[in-house]
Design a protein around this ligand. Structure first.
Ligand code: PLP
Length: 246
């Protein structure tokens, strides 16, 4: 989209400098758009201090804080919203992926002070149709009634501890593990000759589906209903896959 200026993530000074350069003495910046945890960017969690400073900066200046919850919303991180891991609230946030449980839907949620959209402002042939809204409502009810977020937190801890053990056993391949709840990244070591896609292919050959998040991070995003046994089975398959790479 035109009009966006990019700054390094988790770097408050870079953000302040970019705003100062754009403002040139006159308020110019409308909004700041961030992911609470960068998904495609390498499963890179937001820094709590950084997000609290961004929130304060927005409160002081009137710049709106928009968070992209497309990957981390709907319980994925062990909290209903990804931003709950950071101790702040946005003015606006976006949702998609998990909102429909596989059926395509996206949503934008605004606090009342910035809810300026009128019907027709953002046209879409199928936007907001009754079928997908019915599905999303059911997904929300299931998430809450079946207490799936508790499962996400518990399974996420098990998965991270298994991945951490694997990373420690293979320090020439892996630098470590990062993530929240059930969005986790196994980070490749700097000087390893393999890429994330090599791990993904080796895992697929063992019957385990993973996805790269850039060349140096392997992303683990199992369903929120994953069981403890399935987490252990996935870790066993990953261990077998790694043996084929070494
Ligand atoms: C963090 C994030 N935001 C936005 C999008 C785009 O979402 P949509 O395809 O619903 O426009 C994606 C798609 O992968 C995403 O990962």
């Amino acid at each position: 989209m035109p009009g966006f200026h990019y700054v390094p993530f988790n770097d408050i000074e870079a953000l302040r400098a970019a705003i100062a350069q754009l403002d040139q003495g006159q308020p110019h910046v409308a909004a700041i758009l961030l992911e609470p945890l960068q998904g495609e960017g390498g499963v890179n969690p937001g820094d709590r201090d950084y997000f609290q400073q961004v929130r304060q900066l927005c409160d002081d200046t009137g710049i709106l804080l928009i968070l992209d919850e497309v990957q981390v919303g709907m319980g994925r991180t062990g909290q209903l919203w990804g931003y709950q891991n950071l101790g702040i609230e946005p003015d606006i946030f976006t949702l998609a992926k998990g909102l429909g449980g596989g059926i395509p839907i996206g949503a934008m949620l605004c606090k009342s002070h910035c809810a300026v959209f009128e019907p027709g402002d953002h046209a879409s042939t199928f936007g907001g149709n009754p079928f997908v809204c019915g599905v999303a409502t059911k997904v929300c009810q299931t998430l809450m009634q079946e207490q799936l977020i508790d499962n996400v937190a518990a399974r996420g801890t098990e998965l991270r501890s298994g991945l951490t053990a694997i990373a420690q056993q293979h320090p020439t391949l892996f630098a470590g593990v990062r993530g929240w709840g059930l969005i986790n990244g196994l980070v490749l070591a700097n000087d390893t000759p393999i890429k994330s896609i090599d791990v993904v292919k080796a895992a697929m050959a063992q019957g385990l589906l993973l996805v790269p998040a850039g060349p140096s991070v392997v992303r683990f995003v199992p369903p929120l209903i994953v069981t403890a046994e399935e987490v252990q089975a996935a870790l066993a398959k990953l261990r077998s896959a790694i043996l084929t790479l070494t």
